[in-house]
Design a binder for this molecule. Structure first.
Ligand code: HEC
Ligand code: HEC
Length: 237
């Protein structure tokens, strides 16, 4: 990573251009990095935790120090997601197969080598986030801030939770898990920021991002979606 870029980000964070997130949630997806056996430029890849921390400083400005996401739910939670899924999405940003305008400056080889992608993905996959603040919050402001970096709270969405559950169970659970916990490269929908998820569905429907079984998504009414978000927002309770 280049220092100049980091400085620019630190500046942006201080002046509120990007918001520092607090955040949350128990690992829902088996964090099984299958990066062993990968060769990079003819050499076997070896996890470098120090480099992972270093790379993570760049991501933290938007995704939070521990990948809890935030920014009103625009920046997704990355902590506890599957390492292979994270790495694959990052590569999709690099090739622009998946569009992500805020990340364009970072999703290039000059900033993020394949080793950087694998390192930070593994680091994030091993983060354990909580979905509720602990019962005994420290009184000190700084200590509270540190604790809240591990807490991701998804506010409840209005709607018919039971109807959303029926929709989810019939059409989504087979891939995303019965409780929205995700499966390897099928990301969790539980304990993920709802504004982010809504933006993804919009992307699927407009063709900006690819998703299986698009006809099923297209057939849903606005009321179906409202109910789905209501249901998903209860999953981390
Ligand atoms: C300037 C803000 C910003 C920075 C810095 C940033 N991201 Fe992102 N990232 C985003 C936004 C916004 C999205 C959601 C894009 C969308 O809506 O599709 C995202 C999405 C992602 C996703 C997809 C998550 C999912 O569930 O599919 C991954 C993976 C990711 N970022 C990894 C990283 C990593 C690793 C870094 C550090 C090298 C990083 N990001 C730095 C803004 C940022
Ligand atoms: C056949 C398997 C399958 C089914 C069924 C399915 N999904 Fe997905 N979904 C995926 C995969 C795979 C991805 C990751 C796509 C990628 O690699 O970019 C995904 C991604 C998503 C995302 C983006 C999550 C993120 O973190 O970026 C949302 C939102 C989503 N699906 C919603 C749904 C909803 C709602 C349903 C039910 C109507 C559904 N999916 C049914 C396989 C499935």
């Amino acid at each position: 990573m280049r220092n100049g870029l980091r400085l620019a980000l630190a500046f942006a964070a201080v002046f509120g251009v990007v918001s520092l997130a607090g955040g949350p949630l128990a690992a829902q997806t088996a964090a099984t990095p299958s990066a062993t056996g990968i060769m990079i430029k003819g050499k076997p890849y070896v996890y470098d935790p120090d480099n992972a921390q270093d790379v993570m400083r760049t991501c933290a400005g938007c995704h939070g120090d521990l990948g809890a996401g935030g920014g009103g739910g625009v920046y997704p939670r990355l902590g506890g997601l599957n390492a292979d899924y994270l790495a694959e999405q990052f590569r999709k940003f690099k090739t622009r197969e998946r569009e992500n305008i805020p990340m364009i400056p970072f999703a290039v080889d000059r900033e993020m080598s394949e080793a950087d992608v694998l390192d930070v993905s593994r680091f994030l996959s091993e983060v354990k986030l909580d979905t509720k603040p602990p019962a005994n919050m420290p009184a000190d402001g700084y200590a509270r801030l540190q604790v809240m970096k591990r807490v991701l709270v998804v506010p409840h969405e209005p709607g018919d939770v039971e109807a959303g559950k029926a929709f989810y169970g019939a059409d989504c659970a087979a891939c995303h898990g019965r409780k929205g916990e995700g499966r390897v490269k099928k990301p969790p929908l539980a304990a993920q920021h709802i504004p982010y998820l809504k933006a993804q569905v919009k992307g699927f429907l407009t063709g900006a991002r690819a998703h299986d079984d698009l006809d099923i998504l297209r057939a849903k009414t606005p009321a179906d979606w409202t109910n789905l978000w209501a249901f998903l927002s209860t999953l981390q309770d």
